[in-house]
Each structure stands twice: as C-alpha cells, then as structure tokens.
Design a binder for this molecule. Sequence first.
Ligand SMILES: *[C@@H]1O[C@H](CO)[C@@H](O)[C@H](O)[C@H]1NC(C)=O
Ligand SMILES: *[C@@H]1O[C@H](CO)[C@@H](O)[C@H](O)[C@H]1NC(C)=O
Length: 362
Amino acid sequence: MDTLGLFMLLILLFFQWTPALAAEEITWTYSGLVGQSEWSEYFPDCGGTSQSPVDVMTTQTKYDPSLIPVTPLGYSQHGNQPFTMYNNGHTVVIELPEWMGLGGLPWFFTAIQMHLHWGNDGPSPGGSEHTINGLSADAELHVVHYNSELYPNMSAAMTQKDGLAVLGILIVTGEETNPAFNNILNYLSRIRHADQKAFIPAFDVQSLLPEDLGRYYRYNGSLTTPPCHQSVIWTLFHKRVQISVAQLLKLEKILYSSKAEETDRMLLQDNYRATQPLNHRVIFTSFSAESGKELSSGEVTAIVIGVMCGCVGLAVIVRFIVKTIRTKDSGKEKEEKQDMAMNSTSEAEKKEESLLSPQSVP
Ligand SMILES: *[C@@H]1O[C@H](CO)[C@@H](O)[C@H](O)[C@H]1NC(C)=O
Ligand SMILES: *[C@@H]1O[C@H](CO)[C@@H](O)[C@H](O)[C@H]1NC(C)=O
C-alpha cells in the first residue's frame, strides 16, 4: 500500500471512529482541542440558553422577599467514617455522606459531593466561575445536591429541571489562614495525579460556608462542566469566604490534570468556565440592596449625625406647629369676642393700633 492509500485509510478510520466515541469518553478540557468553546459540539446542552456560570450584575437583580435562608442539614454531623476525595483530572472532588442535605428550597435536596474551581498565579484576575459585576473571586467552592424528593438518585436527577441544587461560595484571599479549608488542602498531595483517590478525616462541612446563609443570589442554571445539563437551582452566597494566599497557592500548584503514568505532567489550573449569557433569565436576591450593604464607620457616623439633625428638626417643627395652633386658638377667642361686642373690639383695635404706632398719632 502506498503512502497516499495509508493516509486515506487513516482519514476514513478517523471519520468512522469519531462519532462512535461516546460523549463520556471524550476528554474535555478548559482550553485546547476540546476546550470550552468546543464543548457544545460533543455535549449539546453546553450550547443551551440557561447555562452557568453567569455574571451577576447587581443592578439587574430582583429582590424576592420569599427567599428564606438555605439550611445545611447534617453538615456538621460528619461522623467517624472518612470522606473520599479524588482528582478527576478536572478538579478535586470530596464525596459527601448521604445524610447531609439542604433545606430552605421547595424540595429536600440530598448532598452528593463538593469540588473547587480556581485559577493560577495566586490572587490574580480569574479563578471563580461566577463573577459579580464583572469581578471574579480567586476560587469557588460548589456543594452539589440532588432533589431526593422527586428523583431516586443523582443520575436520574441531573438531567431534570429542578433536579439539582448547588451552593456556590466565592473564595477570596487575605491575611489569615482559614483552618476549615486545610481539611481539604492538607491532603491534596495524596491525589496529585488524575484518577488518584484518598480517604481523608471527616470534618465539619458547614465550616467551609460563609456565616450568613440568608443573603444570596438565586437563579436557574446548569452544571458548569460537560454535560452542562440545565438542571441546577443555583444559590450563590453574597458573603465571600477568605483563605490565605499560601492556601490558594496549594490549590493551584499541587494537582495535575494528567495521570500518574503520563510523562507530560500538566498542572491542574484555570479550571473555571467563562460566564455564560443570561438570555432573559432573572437573578433574584434574598436581600434588598439596602440591607445587603455593609456600612463603613464613616457611613455610620453620617447616619447618626443625620438622625440627630432630623430629631432636632422635628422638635423645631413640632414646636412651631404647637405655637401656631395656640395662636389660632387665641385668634378664635378674639373673633368670638368680636361677634359679641363689635364696637368695643374695633375701638380696642384702634387703641392697639395707636399704641403700636405712636408716630401716626396726629
Ligand atoms: C437511578 O435511578 C434510575 C431510575 O429509577 C435507575 O434506572 C438507575 O439504575 C439508577 N442509577 C443508579 C446509579 O443507581
Ligand atoms: C426556575 O424555573 C422554575 C420552573 O420554570 C420557575 O418556577 C422558577 O421560578 C425559576 N426560578 C428562578 C430563580 O428563576
């Protein structure tokens, strides 16, 4: 067979084999051959109109007073059984025990797993999946639950609308170490390569969440990785959690997306998807713009001064009104007297006048 024939055969084989590959077997990545912009060719849902993540433009959000705080159930009752943690080549996944769940939504949701998304090069732009007014955080934690009231398991729920509920926690860096995150970060070196798995001591999952679970953004969206099913009720907390720069660097520099047997090692970095168009979706907030604001000491001073001025002003107005009423009342009394004794009153008035303006006396 000549070279051309071999080439033709290879092409033929390539075109025969490509469609035969099941979607699950396709190795997708965040950049490269099957990068984000190609996902929809292999996973049609990734090209849908209700995709995640999104940018939250706070001026376009809508306050929904019916949104009550979400309630993590059993998050702190971790028990003695270790958690399973693994590197799937895309992120670090920690499996959650089945008794953990989520309340405060129209159905009960059972916890499945949590995982993280991050960037590279420490606290630099990028890292989180969701952004607020175009600004990203340094990383993002997702706690995934399925609707166990309506569906028997995760695989059945993940293709259904309202099938999943994911908590999104934006992570920023600061001075202090966040000890809760060390329950994950301290064990990353055991799962450096894709497909590696480790057992880690169970820990209080709620300690990873912000304290304020009452203020959040809510919208309908999707899984942020293929197959991108549009089945997620998203809860993105308003309050962000803080880890140290050293902790962020551990997350960014320890894991590989490549398998142990692969000679070309690839650091697992920048595993966040670009924000997707909202397409007429509304992002609801559980808090109104005013209550969502955190006041600086300057603002507090201004409010105190404002309230004091207001009180003084009110006192002045009240005094003025009281005075006016009194004057009117005495005026009325005068009128009554006038009715009774017109002449004498007018004479008295004349006297008053002459008293008030002595110059006018001839
Ligand atoms: C999930 O539930 C569906 C529907 O009952 C069932 O067919 C499927 O085998 C279950 N999958 C797993 C992984 O248990
Ligand atoms: C999500 O979709 C459901 C069903 O279409 C709808 O009832 C619900 O209001 C939506 N929720 C949000 C936050 O938009």
